[in-house]
Design a binder for this molecule. Structure first.
Ligand code: C2E
Ligand code: MG
Ligand code: MG
Length: 303
């Protein structure tokens, strides 16, 4: 350290690092810890301002029904262009917002903006919104959802909430109660990034998820990797037997699309179909008709 403030700060950063990695561990200060600290600090101060000055934006990515080729739903994805850091990924700033206790106001903003966009789409196109585990602990969420639906005129069945398996990790019973309350309102629930958490199949028995979204890491390996192919096919069949919709995430190639079809997935999402785009562009994309040719029923297919 170059002065007394730095000298006292650096051991604290090393201590945080040791705690982050688990217990009974020693860690030394390194300058990369300091860089990380400065970046997080900059994101924290930036986030407070971002909400106030409307810097956050939503992008929408289509989720396409394989049978009809049409857009079934669109996923709302947060975008943030930081004035000096440039674009910051939601995967980076959402955990920081959670740590700052800002996630509830952010979720409320996403809900309102996404539902108001969806209200202008044709009545059969749904909107999917990511809900972080921290938001699911808030008993305000169901009331907030109802207020947003009333305000925007969107019907509950057109709103799908995407949650990840991590919500089940430290369940105090509250998350469970809130999930049930959301289902009672009539929302659809999707299990996002399936296969990357603990993937306990007992969740599928205890909760009625409407949709299973298989993590893109499995689709990425489907062409070259026999294990990924086997897992994707098994999940496709399981979900069909349980009467759930299945989304293959991260479809970038025709080959991955073919595997998603063969595994019996009902829906696909990925750059091959469309990248996430802004509100005007998604409106035009929905209006332009099917993104894929209609699937030919197996019995009718010719050589
Ligand atoms: P997610 O919910 O699994 O979203 C899918 C991510 O995959 C998005 O990344 C999307 O842009 C990306 N993606 C879509 N198609 C492809 C593809 O073909 N190839 C590749 N390589 N990637 C593809 P994004 O937008 O960076 O979001 C990352 C994560 O941040 C999301 O993962 C979600 O967990 C979280 N997130 C985004 N928006 C929100 C939000 O409004 N609230 C909360 N709580 N989390 C959000
Ligand atoms: Mg998602
Ligand atoms: Mg996902």
């Amino acid at each position: 350290g170059r002065d007394i403030d730095e000298l006292t700060q650096h051991p604290d950063l090393a201590l945080d690092e040791a705690k982050r990695a688990g217990c009974t561990r020693a860690a030394s200060f390194t300058w990369s810890l300091k860089e990380r600290f400065n970046r997080v600090h900059e994101i924290e101060t930036g986030l407070r301002r971002a909400i106030a000055v409307d810097e956050l934006k939503l992008a929408f990515q289509p989720i396409v029904d394989l049978a009809s080729g049409r857009i079934d739903a669109c996923e709302a994805l947060l975008r943030w262009d930081h004035p000096t850091l440039g674009p910051v990924s939601p995967a980076e700033f959402i955990p920081i917002a959670e740590g700052m206790g800002m996630i509830e106001s952010m979720t409320a903003w996403v809900l309102r903006s996404a539902c108001s966009a969806a209200a202008s789409w044709p009545g059969d196109v749904r909107i999917a919104i990511n809900i972080s585990p921290a938001s699911l602990k808030s008993s305000d969420l169901p009331a907030n959802v109802i207020a947003t639906l009333l305000e925007t005129g969107l019907s509950a069945r057109r709103l799908e909430l995407e949650v990840t398996e991590s919500i089940f990790l430290d369940d105090s019973g509250q998350t469970n109660a809130i999930l049930r309350e959301l289902q009672r309102i009539g929302l659809r629930l999707a299990l996002d990034d399936f296969g990357t958490g603990y993937s306990s199949l007992s969740y599928l028995r205890s909760y009625r998820f409407d949709t299973l979204k298989v993590d893109q890491s499995f689709m990425a390996g489907v062409q070259d990797n026999r294990e990924d192919r086997a897992i994707v096919h098994a999940i496709g069949h399981l979900a069909r037997a349980l009467d759930m919709d299945t989304v293959a995430e991260g479809i970038e190639t025709e080959d991955q699309l073919m595997h998603a079809r063969q595994a019996g997935f009902t829906n696909v999402q990925g750059y091959l179909l469309s990248r996430p785009v802004d509100r005007d562009a998604i409106g035009r994309l929905i209006a332009s008709g099917p993104l894929l040719p209609k699937a030919v029923p197996v019995g009718i297919r010719t050589a």
